[in-house]
Ligand binder design. Structure first.
Ligand code: SAH
Length: 218
């Protein structure tokens, strides 16, 4: 893992670009300037790490576009030491941004290969996330309730079990829609059975899929 001057320079440029696209939170921008995104991509594709684009990772999944990571993180409105449940660890990049911002992060991934890779890199970087291989639809009731829940895959509806694991007063950020496109939605839990929803523009994510993948031998 080498974070060269060239990488740092490219990262500064990327941060300027996403600031221009409308990200205002200095805390989010600072975290993104610190975390080397190329650590989360296959070596050889490092040159793509500092373009504002999603990129394929293993198992037909993607590392989200930097702007999207910044946008979802900004909407989460994190306070230090808050407990965050992330569904869809993927590469672990978004997880690292949350950790860098001081959150206590619980993250679930349905592909064992991705879970293992993310665990390795995040631990090598010195972070201490709580990572799980399993079905994110079910959340992680053992550690509930959470202050915030972040879903990084497109859902057709708000997963009920996840809403149950959110604190009253907490927020869930979830791309809601069909496979063709989703509305970035902030769901505020205003009471044990009450929510308020706000939409924040259209995005396209890989789908949230029920069940953990069990066709794997590794
Ligand atoms: N935050 C990640 C996004 C990865 S794409 C990153 O930037 O790298 C979304 C991820 O959600 C994929 O890795 C996919 O396997 C995972 N996913 C989809 N459905 C899931 C589920 N039910 N439980 C856990 N993870 C799920």
């Amino acid at each position: 893992m080498i974070d060269s001057y060239k990488h740092k320079g490219l990262r500064k440029k990327l941060i300027r670009e996403i600031r221009k696209k409308g990200i205002k939170s200095e805390k989010v921008l600072e975290a993104m300037e610190k975390v080397p995104r190329h650590y989360f991509m296959e070596s050889g594709f490092g040159e793509f790490a500092y373009k504002d684009q999603a990129f394929p990772i293993a198992k037909g999944q993607t590392i989200s576009q930097p702007f999207t990571v910044a946008f979802q993180t900004e909407l989460l409105d994190l306070k230090k030491h808050e407990k965050v449940l992330e569904v869809g660890t993927g590469s672990g990049y978004q997880t690292a941004i949350l950790l860098e911002m001081g959150a206590k992060v619980y993250s679930i991934e349905r592909y064992r290969e991705l879970y293992l890779k993310a665990k390795k890199i995040l631990e090598e970087m010195g972070y201490q996330p709580y990572l799980f291989y399993g079905d994110g639809y079910k959340g992680q009731p053992t550690y509930a309730p959470y202050d915030k829940i972040l879903i990084t895959a497109g859902a057709s509806e708000i997963p009920r079990e996840l809403l149950d694991q959110l604190k009253v007063g907490g927020k869930m950020v979830v791309p809601l829609g069909s496979q063709l496109g989703q509305d970035m939605t902030v769901v505020e839990k205003t009471g044990p059975n009450d929510t308020k929803k706000h939409k924040h523009g259209s995005f396209i994510f890989v789908p949230l899929i029920r069940g953990k993948d069990s066709n794997e031998n590794n």
